[in-house]
Design a protein around this ligand. Structure first.
Ligand SMILES: Cc1ncc(C[n+]2csc(CCOP(=O)(O)OP(=O)(O)O)c2C)c(N)n1
Ligand SMILES: [Mg+2]
Length: 892
C-alpha cells in the first residue's frame, strides 16, 4: 500500500530510529513544525545528492493531518450544536420518509446528508459567511444529494415552512414545494449553484474562485478573504471534471478555495474503492497537484490510543486496510473490531486492552467529530498560497443503524420501519414519544428555545443565512444605438466573415463607457482562429502574476500581452473550464452584484456537443451572456471534416429552454441580436442567454434592408423579394447563416434560367419560430372560445406565393419543425450526416445544400404541384450538373 510505513528499516536497530524520532520531536518542540519540515526537506535533498534513491510518494500516513496537540479549541457549545444537528438530521430524514409515504418512489436521499451532517453544521455554525451589503460573502456549493439537510436547517432557521418541507419533491402542490436538488431556476431566492450533476460543481467552484480573483485584479471589486467552498462526494471524484482543473487552482494559488470531500467510502452501488483506499488516492492526486491536503480521518476518541502508540503501529495498521474492510469494520461490533483490526498484532491489542468492546464500537471517525472538522476548516481558511482539500472520513447513512448505516444499499434508502424510526429517534434524542415518532412529524423547538436562539445567533454572527440567492446588481441603461450603428450599414463591398464582424463589435463594446469594463471575452485557445489576436494587445490577457517574461513577439503590433488587469480570459484548451468561467461571469450579477457580460467564443462543435451539461447548469443558474459558436455550420468550415464541422449545435440548443439560438447571416443581424440581448438581460433582467453562430466565410455584408429588426429577433424576415413578383412561377426560399448566400444565388438561377420568381428569407432562428409556434398552438388549445393566435411563421407567409424551400447548414429537422405552420408543403435541405475534409463548394455539393440543389428542390416542388413539366426537371438536373446517383450524405 502507498502509505505503508515501515517501523523496522533494514539493518537499523529500534533504538537508532528512536533517536532520530526523538531529535525530530525536540526540534518540533523547540522550533515548531516549519523548521522541522525544512530540516526534513534538506535531509531529503541531501540524501538525493548522495545517491540515495528515495521512492516518490505523494502520500502521508493514514492519519489525521492535524495532530491532537495542534488542534485549536472548539469555540462553540458542542452539546447544543449536537442537539441542533440531531434535529436537522431528524427533519431531513422525515422529509424523505414522509414524501415517500405520500407518493411511492418520489425519491430523495437520507444517507448522504446523514454522513455529511457534521461537515455542514460546523460550516454553518462557524464558517460560512453570508452575503451582505458590506461583505461579498462565502460561496458554497452544496452536494446535491445532501439537499434535505439544507432544507431541514432552513426550516429550523424559520426560512422554510413545514408545508414546504411536506412538499419536498412535490413542487407543484398548492403552496409550493421544494426541488429535489439545488436548482436556482426552481428556487431562485434560495439556491445559487446547481450541483447535482456530479463533477460540475468542483470544476465550477475552481473557476468561480479564479473569477473572484479576476474581478479583484481588474479593480472591479475589493479584495476580500471570502472563500469558495465546494462539498463533494468521494464517488463524485471519479467524474473527470471533478479533478480536471485542480492544477489550475494550485497554479493560480487559489487559497480562497476549499474542497471538502465527504469520504464515506461509498457511492451508489457499493464501495468507491473496495480494493484500495480512495482517501490515499485522492491525497496523492491533490498533493501531486500541490494542494494543501488535510485528512480528517479519526475522531477524538482515538487520540489517547495514538498517544500510547509510541511505535507507530496503529498508523501502520490503518494504512494496511482496504476500504472494503473499513466499510465492514464501521458497522461491526466492538468485539469484531478488536479481533479483526487490533488483533493483527499483540502490541496493538495491548493498546486497546483497557477499552471495553462498546467503546471500541464507538470510536468515531474524523468527519463525525466537530472538533476535528473545526480544526480542519480553521486550518483551511487560514492557509495561504494554495487551495485546500479536506478529506473527511465518514460513514454513509450514519445513524441509520440497521436501516442502512454503512450498507451498500444505503444510498437509496427512503423508508424506515417503525423500529428503525424509534431507534433513530432515540439515538439522536429527538423529543418524540414512541407513538408520535412513527408518524415522522417535522420537529421544530419553540422559537425561544436555546437551540433556535443559538442557531440564530450563530448565523447572525456570520452575517445572515446561507444559502440565499439575490440579485444585487443595478440594471444597465443599455442605450447602445450609436455603438452598433456602423454594423447596420454594410461593409461597403469588403468581404468579411460574420466572425470578423462580431470581433469588430466586441472591439467596440470593449471601448464603451458603460459596458467596456464589464465585457469578459473568454476563449479556449482559439483567439487567433477567430481573428481576435488584436485584442491581446489592446485589452490584455488576464494573468494573476502579470507577465514575467518578454514575449517572443514583443516587437510585433499584436504581441502576446499578459497582464494582471488583462481582460481576456484565455483559458487554454478547455471548453469545460471556459464555460465554467462564462458561468461565473454570467452570474456575477447575483453572486457579486456586478453585471459582467461574458462573450465565450469557441469552435461551435465543441460547445453544445461537448459541454452540454455545463450549459444546462448555466441555464439553471439564470446565467446571462453570450456563447458564440465560431466556425459553425457543417459546410462553412472548409477542410476540417467529421469531428469539427458542426451541423448539430442548433438542434442541441433546442432543449435548453432559456437559450436564444441564432444563426445569423449578416453583420447587421448580429448587431441587432447582441444589442437587444444586452438590453433584455442587463436592463430588463430577463433570465435568458444567447447562442449565436458565426462563420469564417468572407463575403460582402449588406446594408440592413429597412427596419427588419423585429423580424431578425423573432426568427425570420424577407431579405430580398423577387424582382418580378408578377411571374407565374413563384417560390419562397429560406436560408440561414452562410447558406443564405446559396439561396440568393439560387434566386438568380431560378429567375434567369427558369422564369421562377423567388423571395429569399433570412431565417435567423428556427428555435424562436418553433417556440412561437408551439406557444400559439398551446394557447389556442386552452382558449378555444377566443380569437385564435396565429404563429409568426404563418403571418409572415400569409401572402407569400409559390412553393417553399428551406436550406440550412444544420440538420433538416430545424426547418421541418416549423413547416406545419407554413401555408404549404416545405422541402428542406440540410446537412444531416458526417462531415468531410473538403472545400466549401464540394461540401455543399456533397450535402446537397448549394444553390444548384436549392434550384432543383424548387423546380421539383413546382413539378409536384403540376406547375412545370417533367422535361424541365430532367433538363435542370443535367444543366445544373447534378449527379442523381450520388451517395446519400446522411448515411455515408
Ligand atoms: C453525472 C451524474 N451521474 C450520476 C448521478 C447519479 N448519482 C447520484 S448520487 C450517486 C452516488 C454518489 O456517491 P458519492 O459521490 O460518493 O456521494 P455520497 O452520497 O456517498 O456522499 C450517483 C451515481 C448523478 N447525480 N450525476
Ligand atoms: Mg460517497
Amino acid at each position: 500500500m502507498d502509505n505503508e510505513i515501515s517501523t523496522q528499516p533494514h539493518g537499523m536497530e529500534d533504538v537508532e530510529i528512536q533517536e532520530w524520532l526523538e531529535s525530530l520531536d525536540a526540534v518540533l518542540e523547540s522550533s515548531g513544525p516549519e523548521v522541522a519540515a525544512e530540516i526534513l526537506e534538506r535531509l531529503r535533498a541531501h540524501a538525493t545528492v548522495n545517491g540515495i534513491d528515495l521512492p516518490f510518494s505523494a502520500n502521508t500516513p493514514y492519519a489525521n493531518t492535524i495532530p491532537a496537540r495542534l488542534q485549536p479549541l472548539f469555540p462553540g457549545d458542542q452539546e447544543l450544536e449536537r442537539r441542533i444537528k440531531s434535529l436537522i438530521r431528524w427533519n431531513a430524514l422525515a422529509m424523505v420518509v414522509r414524501a415517500n409515504r405520500v407518493e411511492h418512489n418520489i425519491g430523495g436521499h437520507i444517507s448522504t446528508y446523514a454522513s455529511a451532517a457534521t461537515l455542514y453544521e460546523v460550516g454553518f455554525n462557524h464558517f460560512f459567511r453570508a452575503r451582505s451589503e458590506e461583505f461579498e460573502g462565502d460561496t458554497v456549493y452544496f452536494q446535491g444529494h445532501a439537499s434535505p439537510g439544507m432544507y431541514a436547517r432552513a426550516f429550523l432557521e424559520g426560512r422554510l415552512s413545514a408545508q414546504k418541507l411536506e412538499n419536498f419533491r412535490r413542487e407543484l402542490k398548492p403552496g409550493g414545494g421544494l426541488s429535489s436538488y439545488p436548482h436556482p431556476w426552481l428556487m431562485p431566492d434560495f439556491w445559487e449553484f446547481p450541483t447535482v450533476s456530479m463533477g460540475l460543481s468542483p470544476l465550477m467552484a475552481i473557476y468561480q474562485a479564479r473569477f473572484n480573483r479576476y474581478l479583484e485584479d481588474r479593480g472591479m471589486k475589493p479584495a476580500t478573504d471570502a472563500k469558495v467552498w465546494a462539498f463533494l462526494g468521494d464517488g463524485e471524484t471519479d467524474e473527470p471534471e471533478s479533478l480536471g482543473a485542480i492544477t489550475l487552482a494550485s497554479r493560480e494559488k487559489l487559497d480562497n478555495l476549499i474542497f471538502v470531500i465527504n469520504c464515506n467510502l461509498q457511492r451508489l452501488d457499493g464501495p468507491v474503492r473496495g480494493n484500495g483506499q480512495i482517501i490515499q488516492e485522492l491525497e496523492s492526486a491533490f498533493r501531486g497537484a500541490r494542494w494543501n491536503v488535510i485528512k480528517v480521518l479519526w475522531g477524538s476518541e482515538w487520540d489517547p490510543i495514538f498517544e500510547r502508540d509510541t511505535e507507530g503501529l496503529l498508523v501502520k495498521r490503518m494504512g494496511e486496510l482496504v476500504d472494503g474492510e473499513y466499510q465492514k469494520l464501521v458497522v461491526s461490533s466492538g468485539a469484531y473490531v478488536r479481533e479483526h483490526f487490533f488483533g493483527s498484532d499483540p502490541r496493538l491489542l495491548q493498546l486497546v486492552e483497557p477499552l471495553p468492546d462498546e467503546a471500541l464500537r464507538r470510536l468515531r471517525l474524523g468527519g463525525h467529530d466537530p472538533r476535528k472538522v473545526y480544526a480542519a476548516y480553521k486550518a483551511a481558511v487560514e492557509h495561504k498560497g494554495s487551495p485546500t482539500v479536506i478529506l473527511a472520513r465518514t460513514i454513509k447513512g450514519y445513524g441509520l443503524g440497521e436501516a442502512g448505516e454503512g450498507k451498500n444499499v444505503t444510498h437509496q434508502q427512503k423508508k424506515l420501519n417503525e423500529d428503525e424510526l424509534r431507534e433513530f429517534r432515540s439515538r439522536f434524542g429527538i423529543p418524540l414519544n414512541d407513538e408520535d415518532c412513527v408518524e415522522v412529524p417535522f420537529y421544530r423547538p419553540a422559537e425561544d428555545s436555546v437551540e433556535i436562539q443559538y442557531l440564530r445567533a450563530r448565523r447572525e454572527a456570520l452575517g445572515g443565512y446561507v444559502p440565499k440567492r439575490s440579485i444585487r446588481s443595478k440594471p444597465l441603461a443599455a442605450d447602445h444605438d450609436d455603438l452598433f450603428k456602423e454594423f447596420l450599414e454594410g461593409s461597403d463591398g469588403r468581404e468579411v466573415s460574420t466572425t470578423m464582424a462580431f470581433v469588430g463589435m466586441l472591439r467596440k463594446m470593449l471601448k464603451d463607457a458603460e459596458i467596456g469594463k464589464l465585457v469578459v471575452p473568454i476563449v479556449p485557445d482559439e483567439a487567433r482562429t477567430f481573428g481576435m489576436e488584436s485584442l491581446f494587445r489592446t485589452v490584455g490577457i488576464y494573468s494573476s502574476v502579470g507577465q514575467k517574461y518578454e514575449p517572443v513577439d514583443v516587437n510585433t503590433l499584436l504581441y502576446y500581452k499578459e497582464a494582471k488587469d488583462g481582460q481576456i480570459l484565455e483559458e487554454g484548451i478547455t471548453e469545460a473550464g471556459s464555460m465554467a468561467s462564462c458561468i461565473a461571469a454570467g452570474t456575477a450579477y447575483a453572486t457579486h452584484g456586478i453585471n459582467t457580460i461574458p462573450f465565450f467564443i469557441y469552435y461551435s462543435m465543441f460547445g453544445f456537443q461537448r459541454i452540454a451539461d455545463f450549459i444546462w447548469a448555466a441555464a439553471d443558474m439564470r446565467m446571462r451572456g453570450f456563447l458564440l459558436g465560431g466556425t459553425s455550420g457543417r459546410t462553412t468550415l472548409g477542410g476540417e471534416g467529421l469531428q469539427h464541422q458542426d451541423g448539430n449545435s442548433h438542434v442541441l440548443a433546442l432543449p435548453v429552454p432559456n437559450v436564444k439560438a441564432y444563426d445569423p447571416a449578416f453583420a447587421y443581424e448580429i448587431a441587432v441580436i447582441i444589442q437587444d440581448g444586452i438590453r433584455r438581460m442587463y436592463k430588463d433582467g430577463e433570465n435568458v442567454f444567447y447562442y449565436i453562430t458565426v462563420m469564417n466565410e468572407p463575403y460582402a455584408m449588406p446594408v440592413m434592408p429597412g427596419d427588419v429588426k423585429d423580424g431578425i429577433l423573432r426568427g425570420m424576415y424577407r431579405f430580398r423579394p423577387a424582382p418580378n413578383a408578377k411571374a407565374k412561377l413563384r417560390a419562397q426560399l429560406f436560408g440561414s447563416g452562410a447558406i443564405l448566400n446559396e439561396a440568393l444565388r439560387a434566386q438568380e438561377i431560378l429567375e434567369s434560367k427558369y422564369g421562377v420568381a423567388a423571395d429569399v428569407w433570412s431565417v435567423t432562428s428556427y428555435k424562436e419560430l418553433y417556440f412561437d409556434g408551439i406557444e400559439s398552438e398551446r394557447w389556442n388549445r386552452l382558449h378555444p372560445g377566443e380569437k385564435a393566435r396565429v404563429p409568426y411563421v404563418t403571418k409572415c407567409l400569409a401572402d407569400a406565393p409559390g412553393v417553399l424551400v428551406a436550406a440550412s447548414d444544420y440538420l433538416k429537422t430545424l426547418p421541418n419543425m416549423i413547416s406545419k405552420w407554413m401555408p404549404r408543403r416545405l422541402a428542406s435541405l440540410g446537412t444531416d450526416g458526417f462531415g468531410r475534409s473538403e472545400g466549401r463548394a464540394s461540401l455543399r455539393e456533397f450535402f446537397e445544400v448549394d444553390s444548384r440543389f436549392i434550384t432543383l428542390a424548387t423546380l421539383h416542388e413546382l413539378f409536384v404541384d403540376g406547375k412545370i413539366e417533367r422535361s424541365v426537371l430532367d433538363k435542370a438536373i443535367k444543366d445544373l450538373g447534378i449527379q442523381a446517383d450520388k451517395p446519400n450524405p446522411v448515411i455515408c
